[in-house]
Design a protein around this ligand. Structure first.
Ligand SMILES: Cc1cc2nc3c(=O)[nH]c(=O)nc-3n(C[C@H](O)[C@H](O)[C@H](O)COP(=O)(O)OP(=O)(O)OC[C@H]3O[C@@H](n4cnc5c(N)ncnc54)[C@H](O)[C@@H]3O)c2cc1C
Length: 323
């Protein structure tokens, strides 16, 4: 048992961008362990994707194709990938932590009497896999102790797709044994990310509000600050999930990616899924009453204080400075 196998995700011939983050993680892990890194793609009619993958630094690219894999089903993927894993026998199997992976990967791991170490944010020497607990308040270290392939999924934004190393890779085809009777589920409408009718990506100044605002009735003080600064209004996910602001104002891994000159994070803790959407901002100012909030780790300027005191005072100061 050796090597790192990265399972890439595509839908209708288009990559899920998180696949390349998983590929970067796979290359880095393999290099640390002195192992080879390979990749596999599953589906049907994947010629264009095959050509792209063949230009990455990989020992091998395996195209897992079958008519019954044209559309995603958890049954089809588990049956096909179980056969691939048995053939390849990799020490580590890395997957992007997508909605689809969440659906099938735990079953796949169970077929090998393994668990899926899911939503990993970092890989340390060992290898030790780091996962967040209690909404990011704690990090847990996980290490495989038993025998068998180790299944790991990687959180969006934890690794950088740009870090994937180029090279050349041999391409192999793998046709799994698959019968229609093995597929017991019919694919439904895929999950759609938030619609983007507001384009925050071009905004030079963004004031973003998080759960610290406590209730929809308080959003007004943030709107006043945004208006005073001539800024766009944005939010963390709970604000949009609660319907306090529309979904298209969400910043993060399942919202928009922004890179303004100034990003003011108000009452936002700084969970990794939020950070990945705004870490390209030039200057980050955070206002949070908890001095150990993770947002302060990436903030250029921080105000430790109650937003209900700080924000109105700041709005007043901005308006006064404009006079
Ligand atoms: C698959 C997946 C995708 C996700 N996608 C996204 C995404 O796209 N975007 C996103 O944002 N999140 C996303 N999340 C959720 C993410 O994990 C966090 O739960 C979320 O970002 C937390 O939002 P928050 O910081 O507003 O709330 P919290 O984590 O609850 O933080 C609130 C903060 O406000 C501070 N606070 C409270 N009261 C005050 C006060 N009076 N004054 C000052 N500070 C105060 C607190 O100290 C705390 O730090 C996703 C999660 C998953 C699992």
């Amino acid at each position: 048992m050796s090597g790192v196998l990265v399972m890439m995700e595509q839908r209708a011939g288009a990559w899920n961008r998180m696949s390349f983050e998983a590929l970067a993680a796979g290359q880095q892990l393999a290099a640390k362990l002195g192992m080879e890194c390979s990749a596999a793609v599953i589906g049907k009619g994947l010629d264009a994707l095959q050509a792209e993958l063949a230009q990455k630094k990989l020992s091998k690219v395996t195209m897992v194709q079958h008519d019954l894999l044209e559309h995603y089903t958890s049954d089809g993927y588990v049956v096909a990938l179980e056969q691939l894993v048995k053939q390849e026998n990799p020490a580590y199997i890395l997957l992007p932590h997508t909605y689809q992976v969440r659906d099938f990967a735990p079953t796949l791991a169970t077929r090998f009497k393994q668990v899926l170490i899911s939503d990993v944010i970092a890989i340390h020497d060992g290898p030790v896999f780091v996962r967040q607990l209690f909404q990011g308040k704690l990090n847990g270290d996980y290490k495989q102790t038993g025998a068998g392939s180790c299944f790991v999924s990687l959180q969006a934004g934890a690794f950088r797709a740009e870090a994937v190393e180029a090279g050349t890779a041999a391409v192999e085809n793998f046709t799994p044994q698959l019968e229609p009777s093995q597929i017991r589920v019919a694919p439904g409408e895929p999950f759609r990310e938030a619609a983007q009718t507001v384009d925050l990506s071009a905004a030079p100044v963004i004031v973003s509000v998080g759960r610290g605002i406590a209730g929809q009735e308080n959003i007004g003080i943030i709107e006043e600050l945004a208006a005073a600064l001539g800024a766009e209004l944005a939010a963390s996910r709970p604000i949009c999930d609660n319907g306090w602001l529309p979904m298209e104002r969400q910043v993060g891994s399942s919202g928009q990616t922004v890179s303004p000159k100034l990003y003011l994070a108000v009452g936002i803790s700084g969970a990794i899924q939020h950070i990945v959407g705004m870490k390209g901002s030039k200057i980050v100012i955070a206002i949070n009453k908890d001095e150990s909030a993770p947002i302060f780790e990436i903030a250029d300027y921080g105000v430790v204080g109650d937003l209900f005191e700080v924000v109105p005072a700041l709005t007043k100061a901005v308006l006064a400075a404009k006079k």
